[in-house]
Design a protein around this ligand. Sequence first.
Ligand SMILES: [Zn+2]
Length: 113
Amino acid sequence: MMDCFFCLPIMIGCPTKIKPDGNQAARICPRCHNAAMFSAKSRTWFELCFVPLIPMNSKHVWMCGICQLQVEMQPGWEPQIAQAGYQHPQLQGQYGSSQGTGYQPGYVQPQQK
Ligand SMILES: [Zn+2]
């Protein structure tokens, strides 16, 4: 008997696929405080044998690329926009000790004669 033929698992699932919108400025993640949050479209698919067949539902979410936090978009709240020049608190110490090691200031220092 070819019993093993019937043992083949039929994989059925409803995975959620995240598709970034791609046109949003980075936001500050409220959980890990990294400027790695972006808006994305979250869509759940009915999937058979890893082949997406039917889109079940979709929603817009805020997605953190570091801690994978997902927050459903809601009126009246959105993550803080990362400011230009924003530095992660854990990185500031590294920049502070890099003077004279290749860091170029934004102005030209007049040469002494
Ligand atoms: Zn995060």
